[in-house]
Ligand binder design. Structure first.
Ligand SMILES: Cc1cc2nc3c(=O)[nH]c(=O)nc-3n(C[C@H](O)[C@H](O)[C@H](O)COP(=O)(O)OP(=O)(O)OC[C@H]3O[C@@H](n4cnc5c(N)ncnc54)[C@H](O)[C@@H]3O)c2cc1C
Ligand SMILES: C[S@@+](CC[C@H](N)C(=O)[O-])C[C@H]1O[C@@H](n2cnc3c(N)ncnc32)[C@H](O)[C@@H]1O
Length: 659
């Protein structure tokens, strides 16, 4: 799992114990970064030449202390037009701990503001990818935690400039491999530049063999030579399944209609609005967050698998992102959210075994650790029947507060009490109109369907396999002794510390229900769940004396898919898909090149199941990356795992899709 950098501080400056090399030049770190990476990628001129809404992508090998990133960010602010955006992707095998990063960056007072903003978002990193929106979304940092040779093949990006860092080739020969240079060429736009502090022959020859023009230049001060250069023409691209590709974006007006005002719709709107899009959110109910996203308290509950399934990897990426967003944007208080910690109790032997396997994955203890019964009880503030996994950074959120916050942006217009019943596409100007029962509601070049299971209610999306599962939460009035509960408890169900005098517990799962009236029998189920989870709390709430028929609570539908992963991405026309790829039904190993028959500008964002607070916030970034041609926040394999076309493909191969 993640191994943090082991540093040896020599004269107050970081030195890598593993590589026996320095992170930056002892006396001229800033000047050297500017000389090697900024100047020899001509960043000042290129930033200044960006169009008003332009974007620039830098990729780096070895994030280290983030010094190169901060210098590039600072220069971008000085040179680029105010609405242009910078995307910085950096691979790092041994991330610094937040404390080491803070110590290293404190050496550069002139970068103090940028460093402070980075440190507010930089937390203990789990393996996988981490997205950090900075400067109000103008600068995005995507950290790929892992070996650069493993993570770059999973990256989809159009890189404008490379910072080839990563310790001297003599001290780190494993990194400076042909595979690295080939990946750089694959990911580069034609004309992309690179710069590196080394002029080692192995690097220069490797880059040249991958298609780069390579030049030597004097190093900073009296340092040895450096290398820089560019890729004159695009490298040949290996075959990729066209049904999982991002549809080509035609440019034009950046306007979107989002249908659905829950957390998925609000997150989609927020990520686009941050990038300068004009967004209209259409919500059927009188207020935002009135369906599944309307519970009083939702839990940031990961429920991981030790097998690191796609769902677990998605949840780890989403968990980090949700926490970073909450910390950065929503004041932690009784109204909004509380990072009070989440305890996942080992309620039986099977769960206990699973938890031991999860603990053996070695996630950082700041993220997850195993607690015995006494320690778990101490963390929870109440006596517990078992120990369990403790997620100290997790907690509960009031989803409506988060949704309202996400939708509050000058580029977002919210229409409530309006139902989109039909979507009309105008091929002349490639725009959509969302029609309500009484006429047009909104127009936009892109439509994002974020209406949970009702997403499949439109002609173009009727084939999406979305299921509804009713769930009910129960609110029980806090008592003096239940107020001792300090952490969220999870197991078969969950209960949160009190919010405004009530604890929220839940939730039931009903597969065949199609009404949303709260039911006494489901309140009883939730109370029974609590009795098993934490008998002492059940007693503290005097739950035996509570009348289920008199309890407050609410029911809503979760929306799930057959593989329990969300559907986030573009929509293909079902019949044309079946026709275009029908040969796959005969031979699933074929590699057709024909582009998928995308419905222009139509996207979905649904099926967040029981973990929407973890997966939906990141989903906005996923869609925005597809729409803007930015690096994706997830590895390619996960982008494919959540792609809406996966079910069309599966049905085609199983011969269930007829044209
Ligand atoms: C009882 C229960 C407990 C849960 N507990 C947790 C938890 O602890 N932690 C967690 O992470 N997740 C939890 N979840 C799951 C989480 O709430 C969902 O995953 C998340 O809210 C889904 O958000 P959404 O935006 O996709 O859907 P919703 O919040 O359902 O939003 C969809 C919106 O689209 C609107 N809409 C649909 N069609 C149209 C149309 N044609 N025109 C206009 N508007 C339309 C609907 O009115 C609705 O408001 C729970 C869910 C339930 C039901
Ligand atoms: C000289 S430091 C980078 C300095 C950094 N760019 C900065 O601005 O502080 C080199 C970094 O490369 C990382 N690294 C080395 N080999 C790597 C690999 N194979 N994959 C990913 N990162 C690697 C090291 O852990 C270290 O953080």
């Amino acid at each position: 799992m993640t191994q943090h950098a082991q540093l040896d501080w020599q004269d107050g400056q970081p030195h890598s114990v593993v590589f026996g090399d320095v992170y930056f030049s002892r006396d001229a770190g800033l000047d050297e970064t500017r000389h090697v990476f900024l100047k020899h990628n001509q960043l000042e001129e290129r930033f200044a030449a960006l169009p008003a809404d332009g974007q620039f992508c830098i990729a780096e090998t070895g994030f280290g202390t983030g010094l190169n990133f901060l210098c590039a960010w600072q220069l971008f602010e000085q040179a680029a037009p105010p609405s242009a955006r910078l995307h910085f992707v950096s691979a790092e095998k041994f991330p610094l701990t937040p404390a080491d990063l803070a110590r290293a960056l404190s050496l550069w007072p002139e970068l103090a503001d940028h460093a402070a903003a980075l440190l507010r978002q930089y937390d203990t990193l789990t393996p996988g990818w981490h997205r950090l929106p900075l400067a109000g979304g103008r600068v995005t940092l995507t950290l790929l935690i892992g070996d650069v040779l493993d993570v770059l093949p999973e990256l989809e990006a159009c890189v404008d400039a490379w910072f080839l860092d990563g310790f001297a080739p003599s001290k780190n020969p494993e990194m400076w491999q042909t595979a690295l240079f080939e990946e750089m060429a694959r990911l580069s736009r034609p004309g992309a530049s690179f710069a590196t502090f080394t002029s080692a022959g192995v690097v220069r020859r490797g880059l040249a063999a991958a298609g780069f023009e390579v030049r030597k230049a004097p190093g900073h001060g009296d340092k040895r030579h450096i290398s820089h250069g560019w890729l004159p023409s695009a490298a040949a691209q290996a075959w990729q399944p066209p049904w999982f590709a991002a549809p080509p974006q035609t440019g034009g007006e950046r306007s979107a209609i989002v249908i659905g005002g829950g957390i998925a719709g609000a997150a989609s709107a927020a990520s686009l609005a941050r990038r300068g899009w004009q967004v209209t959110v259409i919500e059927r109910l009188p207020q935002l967050a009135s369906a599944a996203s309307g519970n009083p308290q939702g839990v940031l509950y990961t429920k991981l698998s030790p097998h690191l399934t796609p769902l677990t990897r998605l949840v780890l990426a989403g968990y980090g992102y949700s926490l970073r967003m909450l910390r950065a944007e929503l004041e932690a208080n009784e109204d909004n959210w509380q990072p009070c910690g989440v305890l996942q109790l080992a309620q039986d032997e099977k769960e206990e075994k699973k938890q031991r396997e999860l603990a053996a994955l070695g996630l950082p203890p700041e993220v997850m650790r195993l607690l015995d019964r006494d320690s778990a009880s101490a963390a929870a503030g109440v006596a517990l029947p078992s120990g369990g996994l403790y997620f100290p950074q997790g907690g509960w959120v009031h989803p409506p507060a988060w949704v309202r916050h996400l939708a509050r942006h000058s580029n977002i217009r919210v229409l409530t009490s309006q139902t989109a019943v039909e979507l009309d596409f105008n091929p002349h100007d490639s725009s959509w109109v969302a029609q309500g029962p009484e006429g047009p509601l909104a127009q936009g070049r892109v439509v994002i369907l974020a209406g949970a299971a009702e997403t499949a209610g439109f002609d173009a999306t009727r084939h999406l396999p979305l299921k509804r599962i009713r769930g009910q939460v129960t609110q029980a009035p806090a008592t003096e002794s239940s107020a001792a509960l300090r952490a969220v408890l999870c197991g078969e169900g969950y209960i949160s510390p009190r919010r405004h005098g009530n604890h929220c517990m839940g939730a039931t799962f009903k597969f065949d229900a199609d009404d949303l009236a709260a039911r006494a029998e489901e309140h009883r189920e939730n109370l029974d769940m609590l009795r098993c989870l934490a008998p002492s709390l059940h007693q503290a709430l005097q739950a035996d004396r509570l009348d289920p028929a008199a309890l407050a609570g609410r029911a809503a539908y979760r929306c799930t898919s057959p593989d329990y992963l969300p559907l986030i991405g573009p929509v293909a026309a079902r019949d044309a898909f079946a026709e275009r790829y029908r040969e796959l039904a005969r031979d699933a190993t074929l590699r057709p090149d024909a582009p998928a028959p995308w419905i222009p500008g139509l996207f979905v964002n649904a099926a967040h199941g029981s973990r929407g607070l973890i997966t939906a916030p990141l989903s906005g970034e996923i869609l925005a990356s597809l729409l803007e041609g930015e690096p994706a926040p997830l590895p390619r394999s996960l982008m494919q795992a959540i792609h809406p076309s996966r079910f069309l493909l599966r049905d085609l191969i199983r011969r269930k899709l007829r044209d």
